[in-house]
Design a protein around this ligand. Structure first.
Ligand SMILES: Nc1nc2c(ncn2[C@@H]2O[C@H](COP(=O)(O)OP(=O)(O)OP(=O)(O)O)[C@@H](O)[C@H]2O)c(=O)[nH]1
Length: 437
């Protein structure tokens, strides 16, 4: 194992350059300027340390001797090297120190970019890992895949990038039947289709409701399709991290249509809408007062509303629902300058409307790309992704902070009994959070 050691040594006299906490520990009041004051040499005065340090090893092995000696041996002029800019890959480069790990990343990268499904599966498992070391390796792999994708984009020029489509609908809306029919049509046209199924309930039920291969039996046997449930770790941050990273890997593996399926419960569909080019809401025709049952917010996110199961006895109700949604959309806020959300009806069983669905989707993608709205949308999504992760991580550190954990029960009880206001309670907990762990 190899270590890289960085020793930071601060000179007592150059007060302005030392961190304030070190200045406080080493009060130094020189009565006159040192002759060497401008030369950057280091002097230590262990006697002036308050409180006194534990007795150090004596002689040349003592830190108080070796640190200044080491410092003074640096060629002049390098003492005050300007701070190095933060290197994005610095944190992950450390991860590749071990030969075995470097080989793993190389193997996954070359396999994945060759389109090897086993490598893609292994790479997604790596990015889903919560193990610290594996997370670092995953970032290293993702950086390489992203760089490969940038090269591909350069070569592609004015051609559209992979198409990320979110499909959301309540349980039984007809998502998996549509993906099966639609996916097969796309692979028949020469596309490579990846299906990522986001299931917010998976960690509670201990198993995935979505993404189960038995739901899309034929598509899962198709060599140009790849189906993968995306475990969410039970949090929205989990949905964001795992799914976004899985999208990057699937695109790196050459999949040009990425379908992200989510069940329309909870908040996961909002997270999915923030990571796709086009968000499609599926509405089944049965029920009656569907419009009331669907969250208004999610209708506003939809670029396309698809009324499913428009066959047999359901043709008439499907047509009625299509009319209802078409009028409802007129009153909703539009997020795009060039695209007006549309409503269409399809039948995955008979195949009616499926080619038209793809036509509509392609029209969306082409016009969004040509107007550069797609590129701006993707850039904004990257920022949303970053801030969601920051929010999630800060909250996690907050809940896990020992002082916060200790105080939460009593402060919550005081809020509930009206002894303190929620504002004061939040202030107290935030103050506890800002204390050292
Ligand atoms: N008549 C008709 N029935 C359909 C159609 N599509 C799906 N169904 C039926 O609707 C039911 C639910 O379909 P799924 O595709 O499993 O729906 P889902 O949204 O994936 O449901 P979950 O897996 O519970 O989230 C099944 O019994 C399907 O056979 C269609 O186009 N026409």
């Amino acid at each position: 194992m190899q270590f890289k050691i960085l020793v930071l040594t601060f000179k007592g006299p150059s007060r302005s350059r030392s961190p304030p906490n070190l200045c406080d520990l080493t009060p130094s009041h020189p009565v006159r300027s040192l002759r060497s004051a401008g030369s950057g040499l280091c002097f230590t005065s262990p006697a002036s340390l308050t409180p006194p340090p534990p007795p150090p090893p004596v002689g040349r092995r003592a830190l108080s001797h070796s640190a200044p000696t080491l410092w003074n041996s640096i060629p002049g002029g390098r003492y005050c090297a300007s701070p190095r800019p933060l290197s994005l890959s610095a944190g992950v480069a450390e991860a590749a120190e071990s030969e075995r790990e470097r080989r793993l990343v190389d193997h996954l990268y070359s396999g994945l970019t060759r389109g090897d499904r086993a490598c893609l599966a292994e790479a997604i498992t790596l990015v889903e890992s919560s193990h610290r070391r594996k997370k670092l390796l995953a970032q290293l792999l993702l950086l390489r895949v992203l760089s490969h994708e940038r090269d591909k984009a350069g070569r592609r020029g004015a051609e559209r990038p992979a198409f990320r489509i979110g499909l959301s609908g309540s349980p039984g809306a007809g998502k998996s039947t549509l993906i099966e029919t639609f996916g097969k049509m796309l692979t028949g046209k020469g596309h490579k289709v990846a299906v990522l199924a986001v299931d917010p309930s998976s960690n509670k039920t201990g198993g995935s409701l979505l993404g189960d291969k038995t739901r899309m039996t034929e598509l899962s046997r198709d060599m140009n399709a790849y189906i993968r449930p995306s475990p969410t770790l039970g949090t929205l941050g989990g949905v964001t991290r795992n799914t976004n990273e899985a999208i990057i890997l699937c695109e790196g593996a050459g999949y040009d249509v990425i379908l992200i399926e989510t069940v329309g419960v909870g908040q996961s569909e909002f997270a999915v809408a923030d990571m796709v080019d086009m968000f499609v809401l599926l509405i089944p025709p049965a029920g009656g007062d569907e419009l009331q049952g669907i969250k208004r917010g999610i209708i506003e996110m939809a670029d396309l509303i698809v009324v499913t199961k428009a066959d047999g006895d359901l043709v008439v109700p499907a047509r009625r629902i299509q009319t209802e949604y078409t009028s409802a959309l007129k009153f909703l806020h539009k997020s795009s300058k060039i695209w007006k959300p549309k409503v269409m009806s399809i039948s995955s069983k008979s195949g009616k409307g499926i080619p038209e669905l793809w036509e509509k989707m392609t029209e969306f993608h082409t016009s969004m790309f040509a107007s550069e709205e797609l590129q701006i949308k993707r850039q904004n999504q990257l920022k949303v992704w970053m801030w969601n992760l920051i929010r999630e991580n800060i909250l996690e550190s907050f809940y896990n902070h020992p002082a916060v954990r200790n105080q939460v029960p009593s402060i919550e009880a005081k809020v509930v009994h009206g002894e303190i206001t929620p504002v004061l309670a939040a202030d107290l907990l935030l103050k506890a959070f800002s204390t050292k762990e």
